[in-house]
Design a protein around this ligand. Structure first.
Ligand code: DX5
Ligand code: ZN
Length: 216
């Protein structure tokens, strides 16, 4: 089964609540929430007050992607806002094993994200304790970028590790996914698809999601 996690970074923020209700009713399983701190990535998105405000709008899984330096500083607050899965970047945390254990000790799902140039091999020993691996298929920081093709190789590598050490692992892919490449992403082993522009584009949420599912 393929899970959809529309990224609200691409939503129309003047109507954020309404658009979240629409992705929920259109059948998206997760809501992907991109938090950017202007340090780990060259952009700032949104933080706690927004997440708190939208939490009551849906029961869907809040899939929180932290593009933040030293994310360990903020785990408690993200849990308090209602995160269901917290994903932190390998590159942003020197003590990532500790932070992952901490997230899990709070009863929340934990994920690690890898930038395009970061090898999968680096998290081999952590695979068995993770709920999710997030392969970035663009350099994080902005929506609407072009899919980087070598990510497909990395998805296959995560899939192999998952078969060996953690068959339940969620394998999420994020960045530049649209109708033209979604099938390749899923065939490579992804089971959670993040899509921003290709879902919210043209305020055509329902059709866009349907089209993405149809080509699978
Ligand atoms: C990029 C974010 C993505 C982004 C995806 O840094 O992590 O989640 O919103 O947007 P699209 O699907 O437009 O590439
Ligand atoms: Zn993201």
């Amino acid at each position: 089964m393929v899970v959809f996690s529309p990224s609200i970074l691409a939503a129309d923020f003047t109507r954020l609540g309404e658009q979240i209700t629409r992705v929920d009713e259109a059948g998206a399983e997760f809501i992907h929430i991109d938090v950017m701190d202007g340090a780990f990535v060259p952009n700032i998105s949104f933080g706690f007050p927004i997440i708190k405000a939208i939490r009551p709008l849906t029961k869907k899984v809040f899939d929180v992607h932290l593009m933040v330096e030293e994310p360990a500083r903020y785990i408690d607050e993200f849990i308090a806002t209602g995160a269901d899965i917290i994903t932190i970047h390998y590159e942003a945390d020197r003590h990532i094993d500790r932070t992952i254990s901490y997230i899990k000790s709070k009863g929340i799902k934990a994920g690690i994200s890898l930038n395009p140039a970061t090898p999968v091999e680096l998290i081999k020993h952590l695979i068995s304790k993770l709920d999710m691996v997030l392969i970035m298929s663009v350099n994080p920081g902005f929506g609407g970028q072009k899919f980087i093709d070598y990510s497909l190789e990395k998805i296959k590598e995560v899939k192999e590790l998952s078969e060996k050490y953690n068959p339940e692992l969620l394998i999420e892919v994020d960045g530049g996914i649209d109708k033209s490449n979604i099938k390749k992403v899923v065939d490579s082993g992804a089971n959670v698809i993040v899509a921003g522009s290709s879902v919210f584009n043209g305020d055509n949420i329902e059709n866009n999601l349907m089209e993405l599912r149809r080509v699978l």
